[in-house]
Design a protein around this ligand. Structure first.
Ligand SMILES: [Zn+2]
Length: 413
């Protein structure tokens, strides 16, 4: 396909960045604020400058490249993602959003298009959250959403986030200088690998994201009574695991109520006490992860789950306790941006499906500050956070071309 963006340059940069922190043939380990992270960020910085952007590192460890517009006071159009990775990660997660964003802006400059509003490309610090246990650090940082105690969180070697930031060259005492007034950001666009199998299944290179699901986390504890597996008759048992399995089955049916809805529910952790072959399970604890893009539907499913825990526990003679482990509300993508993306897709002969994001992204937080839009790029078998993560150069180019075209509409050149 004939694209305006420079697909060769983009592919070359992606491979070059993948050399930093490379593990095995295709893997990457570039933990936030590590030596490899810094090296990667410095490389991206040279590319930003090559493109003609003025660059800076902020105090959260983010890298920002800025192109002034005809109206320097207009709120900026921001494009970004992250280049930090999981310890045994892949080369596309995050990086395609940063380098694709840069490619879009560089293409605009090379085509002598001067935007009305300023454009910024941002490479957010610590999206993954592996090293200090909490992620989306840079995007929360610029919006003033950090929680108390985050700087004191230490990695497995005892290095705190504060120390790592200082080592990187940032000054945590000057965070306020790096915060944005949301009035100064008009739009945020992020291209990311899908991290799921839907685009592959639908044979589509890219998709337009409708929203980012908000997770609801709960823990359930069921208390029954232990007894010998051979001697206690079935009708006299208070078997916590039998109850738990019924609840899990019921939870699955609840979440599947509407097969067109993107709702997903998972019991990912289950603890059985005493966990022996010949003893009736006395106590079972399990986690609930419930995600949806529709808050009302998610609330409804949570209510139904709670009813079902009560009813099934009573049936099995179990005591139960449901603990609230928090969660976040779903985030909607801007309808304006989604419309622009679908209109612009036609000009490149694509008809991307609309899909939701089940995973978090920096865009989740940016949605609190401005209109947000996301493009997903097909990834092989939906695999991510693993060296087997793979997207083709062609698919990434298609996503970047759409990013470019959508950006042009938003900067109102
Ligand atoms: Zn990512």
């Amino acid at each position: 396909m004939d694209f305006t963006i420079n697909t060769e340059r983009l592919s070359k940069r992606l491979s070059e960045l993948a050399e930093i922190g490379k593990i095995g043939e295709t893997g990457v380990c570039r933990l936030a604020l590590s030596k490899e992270y810094k090296e990667g960020m410095e490389l991206v910085r040279t590319w930003m400058e090559e493109a003609g952007l003025s660059t800076r590192f902020d105090h959260f460890g983010n890298l920002i490249g800025r192109l002034e517009g005809k109206n320097p006071d207009a709120p900026a159009v921001m494009l970004g993602s992250h280049i930090d990775s999981q310890p045994y990660g892949g080369r596309y997660d995050g990086t395609i959003g940063v380098l694709g964003g840069l490619e879009a802006v560089q293409t605009m400059i090379e085509n002598d298009i001067v935007p009305e509003s300023p454009v910024e490309v941002i490479s957010f610090c610590d999206e993954e959250g592996h090293r200090f246990g909490v992620g989306l650090f840079g995007s929360r940082g610029i919006l003033g959403q950090l929680e108390p105690g985050e700087l004191e969180r230490a990695d497995e070697n005892g290095v705190t986030r504060r120390e790592a930031l200082i080592e990187f060259g940032a000054d945590p005492d000057k965070f306020h200088e790096s915060e944005y007034n949301p009035d100064n950001i008009a739009y945020y666009l992020e291209m990311h690998i899908e991290q799921g199998p839907k685009l592959q299944e639908q044979d589509q290179p890219i998709g337009i994201v409708s929203g980012i699901a908000g997770p609801r986390w709960l823990s359930v504890i069921l208390d029954g009574f232990a007894g010998h597996a051979g001697t206690v008759p079935m009708n006299m048992r208070r078997d916590a695991l039998a109850g738990a399995s019924e609840i899990i089955t019921s939870f699955n049916s609840i979440v599947k109520t509407d097969s067109d809805a993107p709702s997903v529910g998972t019991v990912g952790n289950l603890q059985v006490f005493p966990n022996g072959r010949s003893i009736i399970p006395e106590k079972v604890e399990f986690t609930i992860d419930l995600r949806d893009t529709d808050q009302a539907r998610r609330d409804d499913y949570e209510r139904k789950l709670r009813d079902s825990v009560k009813e099934i526990s009573e049936k099995h003679g179990l005591d139960y306790k449901i603990t609230d482990d928090g969660g976040t509300s779903p985030k909607e993508c801007s309808r304006e941006i989604m419309t622009i993306m679908s209109e612009e897709s036609e000009s490149i002969n694509l008809a991307p499906p609309v899909l939701m994001s089940g995973a978090f992204h920096d865009a989740s937080h940016m949605a609190d500050a401005c209109d947000m839009g996301m493009i997903f790029v097909r990834c092989k078998d939906g695999i991510s956070h693993n060296p087997a993560e793979y997207s083709t150069d062609e698919d990434i180019a298609a996503g970047t071309e759409l990013l470019y075209k959508a950006m042009l509409r938003l900067v109102k050149n």
